[in-house]
Design a protein around this ligand. Structure first.
Ligand code: F6P
Length: 550
């Protein structure tokens, strides 16, 4: 029992029941489950918005699913969900509400934080963003010398980079092709260098995206970008206003940097960094796809918010995905989770999910600060599917690890694909369907022998199968569908954090590295203070200084 009177997760009867059930399930194979229920492929499916989910290829039975739902009920997932939607301060270590759902709430919704309805402010910022985006897209907004803006460079890191960068790629076919977009995050000067080297400063807009406006990587890159701009334009500080806008919660710091706060698009402390790309942080995306498409994306998010809030447990997609992850982590010792999109446009999707999931649920103490003795967030990884097939799928098929995987695919190719390339879509999707089939059912030694394979090669050509996958199928990768997909994963992560009883909305683990980097930097540049470092780090630093000729 913990301070809130909540029984520790692994001491609940529901957990014990799942453990017992796992033992009973033993090595039951998906081949057996499908043979026992020929309708499994239609029964173990659900529809959430435009997303069709097939979870039939999971190592679960009706009993497993019922026991998992009982675990969700015992851990009051729906209670915490409702508290989140109401604007309660469920991020307890930072004493903050968690209200990314308010970012996509309709204009007439009422969601209060500390007694104030936040929805009007959300829409006021969206309206300002829309007007600004239209001015850039139409060419009405010009740079300091009067030239039209042709290049947009977003400078941010973590949640202030990954979301817009991912969504820009995902929705590339909807973007204004007469503008170029660049996303600079790394404090390695090479990132900014490669982004701006071929750009004309007179035609370039920098969007400085930082919730806190104190993040060293972003402020360093923003300062270098300002130097590059002013040098290139041979202009003074007065040129900044036409070329720099800020996305932040921190007006004071934006002003200190020299950006007019009239050119700042605001968001709020109840928007977590990794949950922020549908806030002002999405400005670069809005410029790229236009305000109408951006709002379609927000509507997509909202559809899944409503699904998560109202769908019964049996057909609630984020709840189901969250529970399946808990099942594999706790009872199959799965350490990782692969997300494998069969769309080239989703090339940054899994990288985005890495922050969403791993920064949220990479925790080892519960909400009361007690160590957890159950698995929390998995390692999330993956790249677009067919490329992965020729790289690491071998390990998923025939390695020794349990790797649950999500396969995401679309019935239609994107709208502006060259007509000659449309036919390739069926080949892409044939791979998509074939892989989950192979992973689930494998190939038995008997089947291999029946093909006339030499006996000594039979073990090598046998596929055990029984690898669990979810298939997520949608009609087309539209702005709305992208919003739906992201909301699906946001709420899945939420469900898991609720069950594991961890705070999914803080990120204290990122702090130590930042603090130490600040201490080490003067050692590198000035050579003082090395004696305070451990012997490994001080030797490495000395070696570095020698190599740099210091
Ligand atoms: O990585 C830590 C973190 O605080 C993330 O949560 C956040 O998305 C990122 O840094 C960037 O922070 P900011 O938007 O304040 O610059």
């Amino acid at each position: 029992m913990n301070a809130e009177g909540r029984t520790r997760l692994n001491q609940t009867p529901e957990w014990a029941a799942l453990g017992k059930h796992r033992e009973q399930l033993g090595e039951t194979h998906l081949r057996e489950l499908f043979a026992a229920d020929t309708a499994r492929g239609t029964e173990y499916t659900l529809q959430a918005g435009d997303l069709y989910l097939d979870y039939s290829k999971h190592l679960v039975t009706d009993e497993t699913l019922a026991l998992l739902r009982e675990l969700a009920a015992a851990t009051d997932v729906s209670g915490l969900r409702d508290a989140m939607f109401r604007g309660e301060k469920i991020n307890t270590t930072e004493d903050r509400a968690v209200l990314h759902t308010a970012l996509r709430a309709p204009r007439n919704a009422v969601i209060e934080v500390d007694g104030e309805n936040v929805v009007p402010a959300v829409h006021a910022v969206l309206d300002r963003m829309s007007a600004f985006s239209d001015r850039i897209r139409s060419g009405e907004w010009t740079g300091h010398t009067g030239k039209r803006i042709k290049n947009v460079v977003n400078i941010g890191i973590g949640g202030s980079d990954l979301g817009p960068a991912m969504a820009y790629e995902a929705l590339r076919s909807y973007t204004a092709r007469d503008l170029t977009f660049h996303f600079v995050s790394n404090v390695d000067g090479a990132d900014l260098h490669e982004a701006v080297r071929d750009l004309d400063p007179a035609e370039t807009l920098f969007i400085i995206a930082s919730k806190t406006f104190t993040t060293i990587e972003t402020i360093t890159n923003a300062t270098s970008a300002r130097d590059w701009l002013l040098t290139g334009l041979r202009a003074g500080q007065e040129a900044v206003a036409a070329h720099f806008v800020a996305l932040s919660t921190n007006a004071d710091k934006v002003g200190d940097f020299g950006i007019d706060t009239a050119n700042m698009f605001e968001f709020w402390d109840w928007v977590g960094g990794r949950y922020s790309y549908d806030s002002a942080i999405g400005l670069s995306l809005m410029i790229a796809i236009g305000p109408d498409r951006f709002r379609e994306m927000l509507d997509g998010f909202h559809r899944i918010d409503e699904h998560f809030r109202t769908a019964p447990a049996e057909t609630n997609a984020p709840l189901l995905l969250g529970l399946l992850g808990v099942w594999y982590g706790a009872f199959f010792d799965a350490q990782s989770h692969a997300v494998l999109p069969y769309s080239h446009y989703l090339s940054k999707f899994t990288a985005y999910l890495q922050q969403l999931d791993m920064e949220s649920n990479g925790k080892s103490v519960d909400r009361d600060g007690n160590p957890v003795d159950w698995q929390t967030g998995p390692v999330v990884w993956g790249t677009p599917g067919t490329n992965g097939q020729h790289a690491y799928y071998q390990l998923i098929h025939q390695g020794t690890k349990v790797i649950p995987a999500d396969f995401i695919g679309f019935a239609e190719p994107v709208q502006d694909l060259l007509p000659g390339l449309v036919a390739q879509h069926d080949l892409l999707m044939a791979n998509f369907f074939a892989q989950t089939q192979a992973l689930a059912f494998g190939r038995t030694p008997q089947e291999v022998r029946a093909e006339g394979v030499a006996e000594e090669l039979v073990p090598h050509k046998t596929f055990k199968g029984n690898h669990p996958t979810t298939t997520i199928l949608a009609d087309e990768l539209t702005p709305s569908v992208l919003g739906q997909l992201i909301a699906l994963y946001e709420h899945k992560v939420f469900v898991q954090g609720a069950i594991w009883n961890i705070d999914s909305f803080d990120q204290w683990g990122v702090e130590l590295g930042k603090v130490l980097a600040k201490k080490i930097e003067p050692v590198l540049t000035e050579g003082t203070g090395a004696e305070q470092l451990d012997s490994s780090t001080s030797t490495l630093v000395a070696k570095y200084r020698t190599l740099r000729g210091r």
